[in-house]
Design a protein around this ligand. Structure first.
Ligand code: SF4
Ligand code: SF4
Length: 396
């Protein structure tokens, strides 16, 4: 039986595997947008096998030798380093436990991960947030953030004591809403005016299940209907529901507005589902997605695509400029991707990097303004094409 190729749309390459393998592989028959051509299968079994030399670092060093020698290829390409402005968004990675284990997950979450935020860290965040007058958005991610004890605590405290935070986002995987122990989650989110940013990487069932696991699509649709019933995503409703698309393979997201129209049409026509906006996010060449790129031999092609598509107009809107990120243990990062790469902030010399955790800040998150951002080759994922951020395309 043939199955859809992971690289079903927008990727111009041809399968590099021998023809006899292509026809024999269960993974390799592309039935993508144009239906007729062979395309490389992102997880095919006929992709070149990874050798011991082809590790992540080996690939990186081979493709960006000057980066390996200490040069910042990204900064050289865009012509300047990046610096934090006054932070208006605080992103909190509350922990890595998740009820799912998606193939593209850039923080490698799963039900087996145990990392979670303590109440001591949560209290310190709240203390700093009270004095951080520029921050009006708190964006809580994970893992599945709802599974962590500090999640509801943080939200209650912010809504009770920190009025200058106008927007709280819950980055929700939707399937968590179907867990029996989360029976009151929707009501809790609505009562505390939490907006939802929900992953739905495609509107086609087969594609979602391939990336997120069996039945993920049906559970997601059931969750979206439940959210609509509670008032989320309805026209003129104050309770916002945004969906997140990310490509299913090594290619860039299509035009965000055009895809949003397709999502609206499909979901309304087939299920009667409403939502507010679609957010398109480029897959970053890190963690599980990088593993897949290396395993299937598409690392170089994907990095070339990102570098050649670097859009200098998007550089001015990358999310790290007005955002600061705190991980579950209180470590400060310039963004969630730097967190995934274990690159904490460095505001001094590498031997004396300055504040590294929320306990090193004196009074507020506003202290990050003017500090240099740590960048690397992964940052090309934010600047390729229309640009990519946690709130979607940067250039529209
Ligand atoms: S639902 Fe999100 S956090 Fe959980 S494994 Fe999938 S991508 Fe990662
Ligand atoms: S990955 Fe993107 S958001 Fe993070 S530091 Fe690089 S450019 Fe900024």
């Amino acid at each position: 039986m043939y199955r859809n190729c992971f690289v079903s749309q927008g990727f111009a390459g041809k399968c590099s595997a021998p023809a006899k393998h292509r026809t024999a592989s269960a993974w390799c028959r592309c039935r993508g947008a144009r239906g007729a051509s062979w395309a490389p299968c992102f997880r095919n079994r006929c992709a070149p096998r990874r050798t011991a030399r082809e590790t992540r670092l080996g690939r990186l060093a081979a493709m960006f030798p000057s980066e390996d020698a200490g040069e910042n290829v990204f900064e050289k390409h865009i012509g300047r380093p990046l610096f934090h402005e006054n932070p208006t968004t605080l992103q909190i990675n509350i922990g890595l436990t998740c009820n799912m284990a998606c193939s593209h997950c850039h923080v490698e979450s799963s039900p087996n991960r145990r990392e979670t935020m303590s109440f001591e860290v949560a209290d310190r965040i709240l203390e700093l947030l009270r004095n951080s007058w520029f921050i009006e958005t708190v964006d809580i991610t994970g893992g599945a953030p709802e599974m962590h004890d500090a999640f509801r605590y943080l939200i209650r405290q912010i809504r009770t004591h920190i009025p200058h935070v106008r927007t709280i986002y819950d980055r929700c995987n939707l399937t968590i809403l179907r867990q029996i122990e989360q029976y009151d989650l929707v009501e809790f989110l609505k009562r505390h005016q939490v907006d939802i940013i929900a992953s739905l990487p495609c509107y086609v069932e087969e594609n979602v299940d391939r990336q997120r696991g069996n039945t993920a699509y049906r559970r997601s649709i059931a969750a979206l209907l439940e959210l609509n019933r509670a008032g989320y995503g309805l026209p003129n409703s104050p309770h916002h529901l945004h969906l997140v698309y990310n490509p299913l393979g090594p290619y860039l997201p299509p035009n965000q507005l055009g895809l949003e129209i397709q999502y609206h049409e499909y979901l309304y026509r087939n299920f009667g589902i409403f939502f507010n906006r679609l957010i398109c996010i480029t897959n970053m060449p890190i963690k599980r997605f990088l593993d897949d790129l290396c395993r299937t031999g598409y690392y170089e092609a994907y990095m070339e695509l990102l570098v050649n598509s670097c859009n200098l107009a998007a550089v001015d809107g990358v999310m790290c400029l007005d955002q600061i990120h705190v991980s579950y243990d209180g470590t400060l990062h310039d963004c969630d991707f730097n967190y995934a790469l274990e690159m904490p902030v460095c505001w001094g010399h590498p031997d004396d990097p300055g504040p590294q955790t929320i306990f090193d800040l004196q009074r507020s998150f506003d202290e990050v303004a003017g500090k240099q951002i740590r960048t690397g080759v992964h940052c090309f994922g934010c600047t390729a094409g229309n640009g990519s951020s946690c709130t979607g395309a940067i250039v529209t």
